[in-house]
Design a binder for this molecule. Structure first.
Ligand code: NAD
Ligand code: IPM
Ligand code: MN
Length: 348
């Protein structure tokens, strides 16, 4: 039996960073003797151009049958003019696969504090896991589109909060034992439900974990002021989208940040947190680290293979500490040169 990966390169820098992640996955799979099969499918803007649908039926069928889905990125100015949007395909993919928990680890590579835009002492020891709710909230509420009036409803049910909060508390057990739940309970009804359900679950099942609640505006500030204070950060869909971009840059660049989107099945979706970066696409300049570390998460979460995951993570750390890296982290490698170097380190 081999693990089947539905491979969706997507748009912009998506194909560039996804190719790097695929090459590193193949190298790690060979080294640890794990049989993998990659199968390519159209997704996003390129699928709109070819098939008139950002998430065509053939792609959907393959994603539902796969052991894991790997995505580069989608979107770009070409599809911003109205009509079908690549991003709608991504939301449908997450919803179709029931991937309600988006895990975004954000960690400064020890010794690499110089990559951070923060002063080195503040960047030191940053190591957090953002757990972002991914299939509810304002992204999926009732929507009214219009030129005179428009609305986006934000809704959450108790069950939607419980299942993602449980993932955050469980993750904290294997880390430093602290969860920061972020909401806007001073204004929003959904946030008041969020906070009370998180408190209930904490009291019932996770009282050994330290829990704090922080309002989202203050969180935006605290992330800059003292990012090392956070362990697991639990939040709803849109707050998590925004705060994870902010936190990623504290570790050096958005190009470094991976993600895993998980539900109740073993199969997950793996993608870097960044977008299609149209400003650098096509120039072999993109940082592939977020995509490569997403592949490591795929081995760990969907294939129960911790050894190749750790080997990939170690190779990335070694490459960065030896001075390799792309321009966004102040180094001079191309995307493909950096990826080749990581592959060479892996097969050592
Ligand atoms: P973006 O993340 O694509 O880019 C933001 C900035 O970060 C740009 O300056 C870009 O050059 C830089 N950047 C991003 N990834 C990088 C990498 N790997 N290496 C080096 N630099 C990198 O965000 P945006 O510009 O707001 O969005 C562009 C498009 O991507 C939009 O269409 C948006 O909807 C889409 N998007 C897709 C995803 C996804 O597919 N998961 C995520 C975010 C945005
Ligand atoms: C992300 C992206 C997506 C989101 C967009 C492209 C739909 O920004 O994965 O963070 O908002 O979830
Ligand atoms: Mn985002």
């Amino acid at each position: 039996m081999s693990y089947k990966i539905a491979f969706l390169p997507g748009d912009g820098v998506g194909p560039e960073v996804a190719a790097a992640a695929r090459a590193i996955s193949v190298a790690a799979a060979e080294k640890f003797d794990i049989p993998l099969e990659f199968h390519d499918y159209d997704f996003g803007g390129i699928a709109i151009d070819k098939d008139g649908d950002p998430f065509p039926p053939e792609t959907k069928k393959a994603c539902m049958a796969a052991d894991a889905v790997f995505l580069g990125a989608v979107g770009g100015p070409k599809w911003d003019g109205g009509g079908l949007r690549p991003e709608a395909g991504l939301l449908e993919l997450r919803k179709t696969l029931g991937l309600y928990a988006n895990l975004r680890p954000l960690r400064i590579v020890p010794g690499m504090e110089e990559m951070s835009p923060l002063k080195s002492d503040r960047a030191q020891n940053v190591d957090m896991l953002m757990v972002r709710e991914l299939t509810g909230g304002i992204y999926f509420g009732k929507r009214e589109e219009g030129t005179e009036f428009a609305s986006d409803e934000c809704a959450y049910s108790r069950e939607e909060v419980i299942r993602v909060a449980r993932i955050a508390f469980e993750a904290a057990k294997g880390r430093r034992g602290k969860v920061t739940s972020v909401d806007k309970a001073n204004v929003l009804a959904t946030s008041r439900l969020w906070r009370s359900v998180v408190n209930e679950l904490h009291a019932a099942e996770f009282s050994g974990i330290e829990l704090e609640h922080v309002l989202v505006d203050a969180m935006a500030m605290k992330l800059i002021q003292a990012p090392a204070a956070f362990d697991v950060v639990l939040t709803e869909n849109m707050f998590g989208d925004i705060l994870s971009d902010e936190a990623s840059v504290i570790t050096g660049s958005i190009g470094l940040a991976p993600s895993a989107s998980l539900g109740d099945r073993k199969a997950g979706l793996y993608e870097p947190i960044h977008g299609s970066a149209p400003d650098i696409a096509g120039h072999d300049k993109a940082n592939p680290v977020g995509a490569i570390l997403s592949a490591a998460m795929m081995f760990r979460h969907s294939f129960d293979a911790g050894a190749p995951a750790s080997a990939i993570e170690n190779a990335i750390e070694t490459a960065l500490s030896e001075g390799f890296g792309t321009r966004d982290v102040g180094r001079s490698d191309t995307c493909s040169a950096f990826s080749d170097h990581v592959a060479a380190l892996l097969s050592r």
